[in-house]
Design a protein around this ligand. Structure first.
Ligand SMILES: [Zn+2]
Length: 440
């Protein structure tokens, strides 16, 4: 099999190709970006989409959208101009046989008892409304960031996280439509592998996360704790609006009936000099509140990531999206899963190399690290990332949160055959790797 790691800057895009004699079958995992690398061509995403189509000869067998973040699904958005192809139109023209998404994306509650969406009416609606509300809050934060004057780095971080959590209406719609046209699987943790035998014969695909709310009490309590924190923060930050409609589009509408409704807004530089320090101070407080809020939101969304373990020809490949520890915990509570993960051969580094998405217990469990395997086949790791983009960085108040995390990158380089999209030069849209399989 071959693995293509595409250059999408800050985002993920991997294409797996399984070779059956002269025939080939393709599985695309994510296609999105929130920031292009320096010097990248303007039409980078278009180039990636076209390369995918060329390489898969207009046919995708399986498409995976791990979670709703822009840096994973932005590329699935279609063009609003009927005469122009968008990146999502190109992917759609490859008519995927199966579209895999987390259970939280299911547009309707199924009645199949084994399926995650059996969570009856209220709870499912709650989960889905929570996602929608999160996007609304992200929209309001992004909006507010444009109006208030924050310090440069705070502003940049807010905009980055806010935009990643914005509703990707076009991409989500396209994914649902592609799923409807073929087969859509809204997945949760399952003991049994997915049924993909007709698309990818001989390939076993297991879903290790996310758990749904009936499976993980921890997720329920985590969620309610997060929800409490989330809304507490929202209240503390001063609820200034709600979901509403503007010209038929769902939008965050600012409240016009607040206590300062009659106040006339003044640009800070026009305010009386003796009040300016106060405005600056208030803006700084507001900015850090918003950043906390939007971080909670980002973590919750990451935890809807699909975690896939792919087994083929005696090899194991682990693709965890951006799943963080709360998502991982349910699978890691199962001794047989922990055992199964030990001899992973290929690991897609979680969440672009952030510190909270690569559980140490999983890392310690990997047997094929260099120091364990002198002379043997070494664990291969793939990281799609772009340094200097994610909040944290070298902020002294918030140490060790840079992405990719330095100590993790060092460990990956020392203990594995490591590839990062940061190693690609600007002429290359992808790098391809051959993964040798045992003959059947
Ligand atoms: Zn991501």
């Amino acid at each position: 099999m071959t693995l293509r790691s595409y250059q999408v800057g800050f985002g993920d895009c991997f294409l797996l190709t399984f070779h059956y004699g002269t025939q080939r079958r393709h599985m695309l995992i994510d296609f999105g970006s929130t920031a292009k690398p320096k010097g990248a061509p303007k039409e980078l995403m278009m180039m990636v989409a076209e390369d995918i189509r060329r390489h898969c000869e207009n046919k995708l067998h399986v498409l995976v959208a791990t979670h709703r973040h822009q840096d994973h699904i932005g590329g699935f958005a279609t063009s609003s101009d009927p005469d122009k192809e968008g990146t999502g139109d190109i992917i759609r023209s490859c008519i995927p046989n199966v579209v895999i998404m987390p259970w939280t994306e299911d547009p309707k509650a199924e009645t199949d008892a084994k399926h995650a969406t059996t969570i009856e009416g209220k709870e499912l609606a709650l989960a889905r409304n929570t996602l929608r509300d999160m996007e609304m809050v992200a929209a309001s934060v992004t909006e507010e960031e444009k109006h208030l004057r924050f310090g440069y780095s705070l502003s940049e971080h807010l905009a980055f996280l806010g935009e990643d959590n914005l509703k990707n209406a076009s991409a989500v719609k396209n994914l649902i439509a592609m799923g409807k046209a073929s087969r859509a699987l809204f997945v949760r943790y399952e003991e049994e592998p997915l049924d993909l035998e007709s698309e990818l014969p001989g390939v076993t695909v297991r879903v290790l996360g996310p758990p749904d709310l009936t499976q993980s009490e921890e997720i329920v309590s985590m969620r309610s704790k997060d929800a409490a924190q989330f809304w507490m923060l929202q209240a503390a930050a001063g609820s200034t609006g709600k979901a509403g409609k503007v010209n038929g589009n769902e939008k965050y509408v600012f409240d016009s009936a607040g206590p300062f409704r009659d106040a006339v807004p003044t640009a800070p530089h026009l305010a009386p000099p003796h009040t300016r320090w106060f405005i600056r101070r208030m803006n700084a407080i507001r900015g850090s509140q918003l950043l906390r809020l939007v971080r909670v939101l980002d973590n919750v969304m990451n935890n809807t990531s699909v975690i896939l373990l792919i087994e083929v020809g005696g090899r194991k490949l682990l693709f965890p999206g951006d799943a963080q520890i709360e998502n991982w915990n349910y699978a890691l509570s199962k001794p047989d899963v922990v055992e199964r993960l030990k001899d992973v051969d290929v690991y897609k580094v979680g969440h672009h190399g952030s510190r909270n998405a690569n559980p140490l217990s999983v890392w310690h469990g990997f047997k094929k690290k260099r120091s364990n395997k002198p002379g043997g086949a070494v664990l291969q790791t793939f990281m799609s990332t772009m340094a200097g983009k994610h909040p944290g960085g070298h902020n002294p108040k918030d140490p060790h949160t840079e992405v990719p995390r330095e100590s993790l990158v060092e460990a990956l380089k020392k203990e594995t055959d490591h590839f990062s999209t940061q190693m690609l030069d600007s002429e290359n849209v992808f790098k391809e790797f051959e993964i040798k399989l045992d003959s059947p």
